[in-house]
Design a protein around this ligand. Structure first.
Ligand SMILES: *Cc1c(COP(=O)(O)O)cnc(C)c1O
Length: 233
């Protein structure tokens, strides 16, 4: 059997551990989200057998099919893509954490669906630190207000923040964006909104997860380095 995924996963886990140790962090405080968008269920099965415990998916329809097929796996599913409000009804029953909430409208719809499902939905607020027009996320200056508004919703819990910096060849150039997300999380934490914690910082991908760990990431989202280049149709 081809064990590329197993090898890749092991290598990423080792790099996470090394990056954590080099900056004096407990490696256990960083969780790997294996980003499996466009990858067939069989590859996820291999990753789970090799120790992956969290899968990150971007597209609702694709995720629904794979999650149904992989029902027997003891893994967590995270939604990391752009979520339209009218898809919240599908996302809520499937995902333990939604990383990409960037509007009160979406949070309100998630709240409504979570109430129906009898669940408290954990979410992260996605922040567009760079201000690039092509990126999802609430503006840096508006993040605290959005978190405050969401904190009034009964069936949603804000667990932290997520960001995607611009793409750079040199991961050091992404570092200021990661640092800014951590500072923003600290500032929001200091405001003491009820039901809000800033325990999670979702940042860092294949090209820059070590820099993100050094800047405080607790969830790194790695796709290509585990599963290879994406299969778009
Ligand atoms: C696809 C994706 C990733 C993974 O990117 P890689 O560079 O393949 O590791 C991480 N986060 C989000 C939000 C994504 O859409």
């Amino acid at each position: 059997m081809d064990n590329t995924i197993s090898k890749n996963l092991q290598e990423i886990q080792e790099r996470i551990q090394k990056a954590a140790e080099e900056c004096g962090r407990d490696p256990q405080s960083i969780r790997l989200v294996a980003v499996s968008k466009t990858k067939p269920a069989e590859m996820l099965r291999q990753a789970a057998a090799a120790g992956a415990t969290i899968f990150g998916e971007n597209y609702i329809q694709e995720a629904r099919e794979k999650i149904a097929e992989l029902e027997s796996l003891d893994v967590e599913w995270h939604f990391i893509g752009h979520l339209q409000s009218n898809k919240a009804k599908y996302a809520v029953p499937l995902f333990s954490l939604i990383h990409s909430v960037d509007s009160f409208k979406l949070a309100g719809e998630i709240d409504k669906q979570a109430a129906k499902a009898g669940k408290i939905q954990d979410i992260l607020v996605q922040v567009n630190i760079s201000g690039e027009e092509t990126k999802s996320g609430t503006a840096d200056e508006e993040a605290a207000t959005l978190v405050k508004e969401i904190s009034a919703l009964e069936n949603v819990r804000v667990k932290g923040l997520m960001t995607m910096p611009p793409f750079f060849d040199d991961p050091d150039r992404a570092r200021p964006f990661f640092r800014r997300l951590r500072e923003l999380a600290q500032a929001i934490q200091n405001k003491g909104f009820k039901n809000v914690s800033m325990e999670e910082l979702s940042m860092g991908m294949t090209g820059d997860f070590e820099a993100a760990i050094e800047e405080g990431a607790t969830l790194v989202r790695v796709g290509t380095a585990i599963f290879g280049a994406r299969n778009y149709n």
